[in-house]
Design a protein. Structure first.
Length: 279
């Protein structure tokens, strides 16, 4: 294979990497000020500094001057512009590396540091390749390996960052599940009234990361003394997404209300759900 085919050492894969990985942003504010500072800094240093610099860099790499004679003025002028763009990328990566992780972003920040390390290794390899007086066949292979490693690390970072961002923007539930009722005979006598929990259009226990529920049963009237009950989400799932009231009676009137709880806080009480056990 001729050396000419290796004049352009930047592969298509490398260019897709160089165009950068944009960190997702959300219109919802982080719960903690330190997390807001962190996510704002990620947006500034990655999305507003690294990405534009890398896009300019990527555009330079496909200019014809990049495969011109390396000892000529055209190549040297081109290389100067490439190095200038690379320096801006180095600066942005340095800022990202020095950024203290927000409390909710510790998992993704560790991966960000790996991404930065891989990115710097990639850039250093390309810089060394471009500075040689002649093209080496091994440069393209090495730089592709570096590009693959950086792409992989970047994809992993973005996935974790999206998870951390969702957690940092997390809030207490404001809604509660739908409730339906079923009745069964109680082996001890009387009836068992079951309150069956179901998702609503604005309530998904997985999305809201519900950890437990508090419920209250009322017999005959909502002004009676409530019969409290509660359970963690796993026990509720194991029990078939329901709460039960034993020793109910045929013809009885019962009321039920519920609160949903996650790691951030507790929802308001739901409206009362009413059940009458048929005689």
């Amino acid at each position: 294979m001729s050396t000419q085919k290796y004049k352009g050492i930047i592969t298509a894969l490398s260019i897709s990497l160089i165009l950068g990985i944009t960190a997702p942003q959300t219109a919802i504010a982080d719960n903690l000020p330190a997390d807001t500072t962190y996510s704002d800094s990620i947006n500034k240093f990655n999305n507003l500094e690294l990405i534009p610099a890398s896009e300019k860099y990527g555009a330079l790499l496909i200019e014809p001057a990049g495969i011109s004679k390396r000892t000529g003025a055209k190549y040297k002028s081109w290389l100067k512009r490439v190095n200038s763009s690379m320096n801006k990328m180095y600066t942005a990566l340095s800022k990202l590396s020095a950024l203290p992780a927000g409390p909710s972003y510790s998992k993704s920040d560790a991966q960000l540091k790996q991404y930065i390390e891989a990115y710097l290794t990639y850039l250093q390899g390309v810089k060394a390749s471009l500075s040689r007086k002649k093209v080496l066949k091994s440069d393209q292979i090495t730089d592709r390996i570096y590009a693959d490693a950086t792409t992989s690390a970047g994809d992993a970072w973005i996935a974790l960052y999206a998870e951390d961002s969702a957690a940092s923007n997390f809030s207490a539930p404001t809604t509660t599940p739908n409730i339906t009722f079923t009745v069964a005979d109680d082996p001890a006598g009387g009836k068992i009234l079951y309150a069956n929990l179901a998702n609503a259009a604005n309530f998904d226990p997985v999305a809201l990361r519900i950890t437990s529920y508090d419920v209250e049963w009322y017999v005959g009237s909502t002004t009676s003394t409530p019969l409290p009950n509660s359970a963690d989400i796993e026990s509720v799932k194991a029990g078939g997404n329901l709460f039960s009231l034993s020793q109910a009676v045929a013809g009885g009137l019962y009321f039920f209300r519920i609160k949903a709880i996650n790691s951030v806080g507790t929802s308001p009480w739901s409206t009362f759900f009413q059940a009458i056990i048929a005689s």
